[in-house]
Design a protein around this ligand. Structure first.
Ligand SMILES: *[C@@H]1O[C@H](CO)[C@@H](O)[C@H](O)[C@H]1NC(C)=O
Ligand SMILES: *[C@@H]1O[C@H](CO)[C@@H](O)[C@H](O)[C@H]1NC(C)=O
Ligand SMILES: *[C@@H]1O[C@H](CO)[C@@H](O)[C@H](O)[C@H]1NC(C)=O
Ligand SMILES: *[C@@H]1O[C@H](CO)[C@@H](O)[C@H](O)[C@H]1NC(C)=O
Length: 423
């Protein structure tokens, strides 16, 4: 299904334009009327033609200002069943970077072949599978960092297992406060994940003995201090992908152990609710990134990965035993906040993120919509541990690997590739 993408900037057009430039000024016949106004008019006409018709065809290497790839939105499209199953995942259960709970092949999840037979086909362009050799070649001597919660770790595992195909000597890497990652020696490339679920610094504070009632303590969040896990390492990376969202819920922080927000070392008064806290943290983290992360670093913000709990929350027997992706006309029912469904938070949180990022140079990695379809592709009850479902419920939040995050990798690598080639 996924056809090889046609190159956006065709190097062969370079020679075309070079000859155009040479055909201009230097060969001007000496007998032409040499009056100044005539010459000026000629130059103006020439310059007009040159800049309007000729430059856009030239390679991006020669002109920065006027060339950009044709608009192409990789985030809108459809999942199409590839009847020939012609493209197989790049890795299997033996990839050493797997995390057990997401290793659906090893855990013998049903439908794994079917899950990986759907191809994301963007509306206006083709999306090809990542070419690990080519991509790592382009990234030589550069590093990619993912920062955020376990959904970015899910993303990382897919990335590492895909890239490993091009470098069998890939090694686990866990330095510079990284939670996990890999080093690809053949290309001198590091790809790693820094766990910072709220992005801001937060820490547990047991309740003072004088406080009675249900409160067991608080999680103090310093809205203006980024978590140490990532704040000091950003200059190691050439590409950074941020996310936060899944921890901003009252199931993670119930009223006995709430988040309490601090600014400049003082509690914010009146105390902020979770959602307002998220807004303030986002504003502060984004402004930190804008100020402190080197401007040459390519920055992405990954929008929410949607959950697919059907019939109840994760702790209320919510389930995702679906055999195929949702239909486009089912998505709003599942996800539009006005329908008040179990999984409504993704779009709500996206809205705040998009607002906060406006006017910054952080790019949106809008993987929400394409992932909303894939109710069929979570680990569900196949978690690799006997009592896991009884204790934790089904996992309708993370993704099976191989699976949907492989498409995230295809898209991210395509966007990185485009940016680097545009210089
Ligand atoms: C599937 O295979 C058949 C026969 O080889 C071919 O004609 C068809 O184009 C293929 N379809 C896709 C979507 O690749
Ligand atoms: C998994 O892929 C590796 C190559 O990375 C291959 O050697 C191995 O046989 C595969 N295992 C299975 C069970 O398909
Ligand atoms: C590997 O890449 C780093 C940048 O990430 C660079 O500083 C270093 O010199 C590179 N090493 C080699 C051997 O090229
Ligand atoms: C979940 O299912 C179990 C077993 O069917 C049942 O005992 C329990 O009451 C259910 N819990 C909820 C919250 O529906």
């Amino acid at each position: 299904m996924a056809k090889v993408k046609t190159e956006k900037s065709n190097p062969s057009s370079l020679s075309f334009c070079n000859s155009c430039t040479n055909g201009g000024g230097s060969k001007m016949p000496p007998k032409l009327p040499s009056t100044l106004p005539y010459l000026i008019l000629l130059s103006v006409i020439f310059f007009y033609l040159y800049s309007n018709f000729l430059l856009p065809h030239s390679s991006s290497a020669t002109t920065k200002a006027t060339t950009s790839p044709p608009p192409c939105n990789l985030f809108r499209g459809n999942w199409v069943l590839d009847p020939n199953k012609s493209t197989k995942p790049l890795y299997n259960e033996s990839c050493p970077f797997h995390r057990n709970a997401w290793n659906c092949l090893r855990n013998q999840r049903e439908n794994m072949v079917l899950i990986n037979s759907w191809r994301w086909v963007p509306k206006d362009c083709d999306l090809s599978m990542i070419d690990p050799e080519r991509f790592l070649g382009l990234m030589r001597n550069r590093n990619i960092g993912l920062v955020g919660d376990s959904l970015n770790e899910n993303f990382l595992v897919s990335f590492l297992c895909s890239l490993r195909v091009a470098d069998g000597n890939a090694k686990k890497w866990k330095k510079k406060r990284a939670w996990r990652g890999a080093y690809f020696p053949k290309f001198n490339v590091t790809v790693a994940y820094h766990r910072a679920v709220l992005l801001a610094k937060y820490e547990w504070q047991p309740k003072p003995p004088t406080v009675n009632g249900e409160l067991k303590g608080i999680y103090r969040v310093d809205v203006d201090i980024p978590a140490e896990d990532w704040a000091s390492i950003t200059d190691f990376y050439d590409v950074l992908v941020f996310n936060t969202g899944h921890w901003w819920g009252y199931d993670k922080f119930p009223k006995e152990t709430p988040l309490v927000f601090y600014r400049a070392g003082q509690p914010i008064l009146p105390p902020l609710g979770l959602f307002d806290g998220l807004k303030v943290v986002l504003e502060n983290m984004v402004s930190y990134i804008e100020k402190e992360v080197p401007s040459k670093t390519l920055k992405f913000w990954r929008l929410q990965s949607p959950r697919h709990f059907y019939g109840g929350e994760w702790n209320q027997n919510g389930s995702c035993l679906l055999n195929e992706p949702l239909k486009e006309n089912e998505l709003d029912l599942w996800f539009d906040p006005s329908n008040n469904g179990v999984n409504k938070e993704a779009r709500k949180i996206n809205h705040v993120i998009e607002e906060t990022l406006q006017g910054t140079d952080i790019r949106l990695l809008d993987l929400t919509h394409l992932s909303e379809f894939r109710a069929d592709a979570h680990p569900a009850i196949w978690l690799g541990k006997k009592d896991a479902v009884a204790i934790w419920g089904q996992d309708c939040m993370h993704w099976c690997l191989p699976g949907v995050p492989d498409t995230w990798v295809d898209i991210l690598s395509e966007l990185i590739r485009n940016s680097l080639q545009m210089g």
